[in-house]
Design a binder for this molecule. Structure first.
Ligand code: C5P
Length: 397
């Protein structure tokens, strides 16, 4: 997916420099030609040999290379993309100010290729107005910033400023280069359980955590797709994913009604309530008014509607949470709802489905084939689902 792409990977002097090694490995695995550049500071954290061994050519550190007297312009001019991970406050300041202080800042000033910068530093430094002003300046010039994450920092402190995960950084590179295997595709994913109001404070809900839907959205974005997640839950938003918050089945239906017609792939991972109160009481139903009679009505089956209105070429994926006769029930739903793929899970099995971080599924395709994925983390399930989606697309488009 990155074949033929020349990426200059700049590494600066922060403790997160060790993660650049993993970023480098992933880019090379993806087919990129990675040209590593280290600052003097970076050499305090990782050895040149490590990066040279994994990159496509030896590390360069100096402007003063007698064998090639103008490397600073060459590196920048020949790059398809320049990536800086981690980027220290010093590097951000030099770049924003247009200062050429070393080979890396030189390369940044000499390039017209897109630039992705991944800052990492202590929270106090990251939040300093000078650093934030530099970030704003770089962003206004079209530099792509991969924001640092919250978590444990060097020295054991907890806070904002930790380098983004290698997979997030690589996903950004793929997105900027338009190079992921799902680049150009629009993917819509629903996640979480709907909440149907009984009164002003009470709802009918279910045990869905939304984790599987979020994992699918994150994986699709990592593959370069444009992803919208229609969600009832608040989990950390995966990089590059746009979230539409909804609560009820009706709101989810309205949101999907808007998004699905132009989507290439729709994954309905949400646990939609099958019944809702006919009318929610105004205010809170009082205990001393006696046991209330709550009259229920069926909710619209969103997926059936999406199946009936499915545009040509769209891949429509449903989820079936079953407690018995997994495959027969799930296949029946796949046919009734006119799906291309049904992800069936036996939620009575240990570690499977609702609220767990793991899942085990059977992937049923409309052509009658079935594949099982044994108990694993939800991101791995997401990969298996999207691999199958891509196979289906390859046979139908
Ligand atoms: O029929 P069942 O509810 O088991 O089907 C599950 C699939 O249908 C899931 O993909 C779920 O998101 C979807 N669904 C829906 N609208 C409903 C109920 C379920 O879209 N009202």
């Amino acid at each position: 997916m990155l074949a033929g792409k020349r990426i200059v990977l700049g590494v600066t002097g922060g403790i997160a420099a060790y993660k650049a090694v993993e970023v480098c490995r992933r880019l090379v695995d993806g087919g990129a030609h990675v040209v590593p550049v280290m600052t003097a500071g970076a050499e305090h954290f990782i050895g040149r040999t490590t990066l040279s061994a994994l990159a496509s050519e030896p590390v360069q550190t100096s402007l003063w290379n007698e064998a090639s007297p103008i490397p600073h312009t060459r590196l920048g001019q020949s790059a398809d993309l320049v990536l800086v991970a981690p980027a220290t406050a010093r590097l951000l300041g030099a770049y924003a100010a247009g200062l050429s202080t070393d080979l890396l800042s030189n390369t940044l000033l000499a390039t017209r290729a897109p630039v992705v910068v991944c800052p990492a530093m202590h929270t106090e430094m990251w939040e300093h107005p000078a650093v934030q002003a530099n970030i704003a300046t770089l962003r206004s010039r079209g530099v792509h910033i991969v924001e640092p994450e919250s978590g444990r920092l060097a020295g054991g402190d907890l806070g904002h400023g930790r380098l983004a995960a290698p997979e997030t950084i690589v996903a950004k590179v793929l997105e900027v280069l338009g190079a992921g295997p799902m680049a150009g595709l629009t993917v819509v994913v629903s996640a979480g359980g709907t909440r149907e109001p009984i009164d002003a404070v009470r709802v009918i809900a279910n045990r869905s955590s939304g984790k599987q839907g979020y994992a699918i959205a994150a994986e699709a974005a990592a593959r370069g797709a444009r992803v919208t997640l229609v969600s009832t839950v608040e989990l950390p938003v995966p990089h590059g994913v746009e979230v539409r918050a909804v609560e009820t089945a009706a709101q989810m239906q309205a949101s999907l009604g808007e998004l699905a017609p132009t989507a290439d792939v729709v994954v309905m991972a949400a646990a939609v309530a099958d019944f809702r109160p006919v009318a929610a009481a105004d205010g809170k139903i009082k205990k001393d008014q006696g046991v209330p009679q709550i009259i229920l009505e069926p909710t619209p089956d969103i997926l059936t509607g999406l199946g009936a209105a499915k545009p040509a070429g769209q891949v429509l994926v449903g989820f079936a949470a079953e407690t018995s006769d997994l495959v027969a029930n799930a296949r029946g739903k796949l046919e009734r709802k006119q799906l291309d793929l049904m992800v069936a899970n036996d939620v009575s099995a240990p570690g499977v489905g609702f609220q767990h971080d793991t899942n085990a599924v059977t992937l049923l395709r409309a052509d009658g084939s079935a594949t099982t994925v044994a108990l694993t983390d939800k991101r791995s399930i997401a990969k298996a689902v999207l691999d199958t989606v891509c196979e289906i697309r390859a046979t139908t488009t």
